[in-house]
Design a binder for this molecule. Structure first.
Ligand SMILES: [Zn+2]
Length: 227
């Protein structure tokens, strides 16, 4: 095959059926459109579960998202009244209550975070917006050839990003977050192939208010390319 700027295209084959796996040069997540298995060529090769959702027919492209199920422990969470005054006035340190701070009870909960597995500058904000929505897998028509391109975020990065989204979710709550100390234990991480549709200059997640400007998606040409 061809090489550009020293980059070599590696021929990847599905470990299950031997078909060629199609992807972009920076991809690490490969969906086999022949047998329906999904693989991560990251640190070694591992199978990953993939489920399709939000198929809205013609014009739909399936983009890879990480779906991370985790137990989130919030050890400390302090919120502030929106109007609290500066803490550096005067000569003494103001108490938390004077500063309008409230400390919540520690809590542990199971949570799910869904965010792009393709390269975008908006991965965290997209993940925070998707957190408020219900994404459920759907049954796919048998025998249909589906493509999932652009998955360049590996598992290790996905785990770090999930933590970032969890913090973002806390920040986006209605109160004013002053401080949060949380920890996360990842139970399962797999792929959601979410139907998206190009609308002018944005890529909209089907059935959602969430859309990404195309300019924020690094591999947009390769992802949206027909065929
Ligand atoms: Zn295969």
């Amino acid at each position: 095959m061809s090489s550009t700027e020293g980059a070599v295209l590696v021929q990847l084959r599905c470990r299950n059926c031997g078909s060629d796996l199609e992807g972009l040069p920076t991809d690490v997540i490969f969906y086999c459109s022949n047998c329906g298995r999904c693989w991560i060529f990251d640190e070694g090769i591992s199978p990953v579960r993939v489920q399709f959702l939000r198929d809205h027919g013609p014009g739909t492209v399936f983009l890879p998202f990480w779906k991370v199920d985790a137990v989130v422990s919030i050890y400390q969470r302090i919120s502030r009244e929106g109007s609290s005054s500066s803490i550096i006035e005067g000569f003494r340190q103001f108490t938390g209550m004077e500063r309008g701070l409230t400390e919540n009870q520690p809590e542990t909960r199971r949570d799910r975070f869904i965010f792009p597995a393709f390269a975008t500058s908006l991965v965290l904000s997209t993940g925070v917006r998707m957190h408020g929505e219900n994404f459920l897998p759907e049954r796919q028509e048998h025998g249909r050839t589906l493509k999932v391109r652009g998955g360049s975020v590996g598992l290790r990065d996905a785990v770090s990003l999930a933590r970032g989204v969890a913090v973002g979710v806390e920040v986006s709550r209605a109160d004013f977050l002053a401080c949060v100390d949380l920890d996360m234990e990842v139970g399962a991480a797999d792929i959601y192939a979410v139907g998206c549709t190009r609308e002018g200059h944005v890529l909209r997640i089907n059935g959602s208010d969430t859309a990404l400007p195309l300019s924020a998606v690094r591999d947009r040409e390769g992802i949206l390319e027909e065929g």
